[in-house]
Ligand binder design. Structure first.
Ligand code: HAM
Length: 476
């Protein structure tokens, strides 16, 4: 029934490479021992100003695509009641069992830093009565998530996700369009990404499948690692994405979930695949894909780089699926839903590896140099006038000597420097210096914004006036 050629290779069975970015030492622990206690917490990072260009590229692309598909932005709290996640992600999952930042707040309530935002989106959908709005309700979000996992390349304890959630429609076209949206984001960013997809059906057909799966693995129990034995007992579906080599080998002969889907689930899945083919989104069937959260039903999918070697590192750039039971599980009316989330650090890292650079931010073309306090006062006001006129101005308000300020202006490569000394403040004038020629002109300070505007826009056609004072300025 399914095109066998598209079955994904068993990527996790490949020998694991040494993880590149894994911290050699625990900086946090070391710093504490040495008395320097203000190192970053392990698994947390600063996104520095110099990295913001690439981050903005990702964020802006996601925002513009979300808007073009009529998804509305929602901002959800970072802190929620911990049982929201326990109940939805599932008690036997790694996220809930080992990775959640849970603590008791001053009101003695158990709260958690959100490890993901789908549960929060479903909670918001119910608590704001969105069930009564025209369906589907399509929302997107972007923000930090927290999982206390072992940090390694592409895996952090605080990481950013952008998520898309569509509530209220159970048609397979919704699943397909969500995949198309993610595909468009990657395409616009210049990343070649493939979709791995599977169906885990309804909870009923999954229950029948799990009985089969458990009895198959029980027969091989002695070969399993302690972790997988525990999985078999607590959350047997997760054995499908076990990283253990023995388990991966055993999986070759294990029953496959696709053969246990009921007619409706099969039909849903087939339609999703047909839609994807219709719009030429390449996909790979991966019968071992189950995802690490319990709320999924029917389609589950992940996005990985097309040239991903499957070395066992953190390669999924995003993932999602249908979760038709989640809203009801949280006390709402039964509502079908589907969504996905992208991992921003992993996308930024993929862009870096590919050498994709953000567009350069326009550099200021004007520099303001001031000499003394009175000129600083005028300068502050003038700076605002230029900014409001849409002309970004660079400055070095911290420097006093003209020489240093001109050096800074040269370094920035500005075309014009405005020089305001004590004398000019008294006269109500200002000097405009053309950096390339060194020519200078004294102008009325009230007219300087208009003049600079003209010079920058009509550089060649507005020569310096013949009456420009040939001022030779001291070099210091
Ligand atoms: P998830 O697969 O747990 O799904 O996370 C989605 C993406 O977040 C991953 O594919 C990965 O790119 C990124 N990610 C996850 N953990 C980390 C980490 N520790 N460090 C860096 N990046 C990470 C969800 O969270 C679901 N809520 C997705 C969803 C939305 N399903 C339906 N709607």
């Amino acid at each position: 029934m399914y095109p066998k050629k598209k079955v994904a290779p068993q990527k996790e069975s490949a020998p694991k490479k040494v993880l590149k970015e894994e911290p050699k030492k625990d900086l946090e622990e070391e710093a504490e021992k040495s008395g320097k206690t203000f190192e970053l917490l392990r698994g947390f990072r600063d996104i520095l100003p110099e990295d913001q260009g690439r981050w903005n590229l990702v964020r802006d692309t996601i925002r513009s695509i979300a808007e073009s598909y009529s998804f509305d932005r929602i901002d959800l709290p970072i802190l929620e009641r911990s049982d929201l996640f326990q109940r939805t992600i599932g008690k036997g999952t790694d996220i809930v069992e080992k990775e959640m930042y849970v603590f008791t707040d001053p009101s003695n309530r158990s709260v958690a830093l959100r490890p993901e935002a789908t549960a929060s989106a479903a909670r918001a959908y119910i608590s704001h009565g969105m069930l009564d709005r025209p369906q589907p309700v399509k929302m997107w979000y972007l923000g930090p998530m927290f999982r206390h996992d072992r940090p390694q390349a592409g895996r952090y304890r605080q990481f950013y996700q952008a998520g898309f959630e569509s509530f209220g429609v159970d048609e397979p076209i919704v699943d397909a369009q969500l995949i198309v949206i993610a595909h468009q984001i990657f395409k616009q960013l210049g990343l070649d990404v493939k979709v791995e997809i599977n169906s885990i059906g309804t909870s009923e057909c999954r229950a029948a499948y799990l009985t089969e799966l458990v009895s198959y693995f029980r027969a091989h129990r002695s070969k399993l690692s302690e972790d997988d034995k525990r999985r078999l007992q607590k959350n047997p579906l997760r054995i499908l994405d076990s990283k253990e080599e023995v388990t991966r080998e055993l999986l070759q002969g294990a029953p496959q979930i696709l053969d246990w889907l009921d007619e409706k689930s099969k039909e849903h899945f087939m339609k999703v695949l047909e839609f994807l083919e219709e719009v030429d989104v390449p996909y790979v069937l991966n019968p071992y894909l189950v995802r690490g959260l319990d709320y999924y039903t029917h389609s589950v999918f992940e996005f990985v780089l097309a040239d991903d070697t499957g070395d066992g590192s953190q390669s999924a750039l995003g993932g999602g699926g249908r979760y038709d039971g989640l809203v009801e599980l949280l006390g709402g009316r039964a509502t079908p839903a589907c969504g996905f989330a992208l991992g921003l650090e992993r996308i930024v890292r993929a862009l870096e590896a590919k050498g994709v650079n953000p567009p350069e931010r326009p550099q200021p073309r004007v520099f303001f140099a001031q000499l003394g306090d009175a000129s600083r006062r005028v300068g502050l006001k003038l700076y605002e006038e230029f900014r409001q006129a849409g002309i970004p101005v660079a400055e070095a308000f911290g420097k006093n000597a003209l020489k240093g300020q001109l050096e800074a202006a040269n370094k920035l490569g500005v075309e014009l420097t405005l020089i305001l000394g004590q004398k000019e403040v008294l006269d109500g004038t200002i000097i405009i210096r053309e950096m390339e020629s060194g020519a200078q002109e004294i102008v009325d300070v009230k007219k300087v914004v208009g003049l600079v505007k003209k010079k920058l826009e009509l550089d060649k056609t507005v020569p310096f006036s013949d009456t420009a004072s040939a001022l030779i300025l001291p070099n210091s």
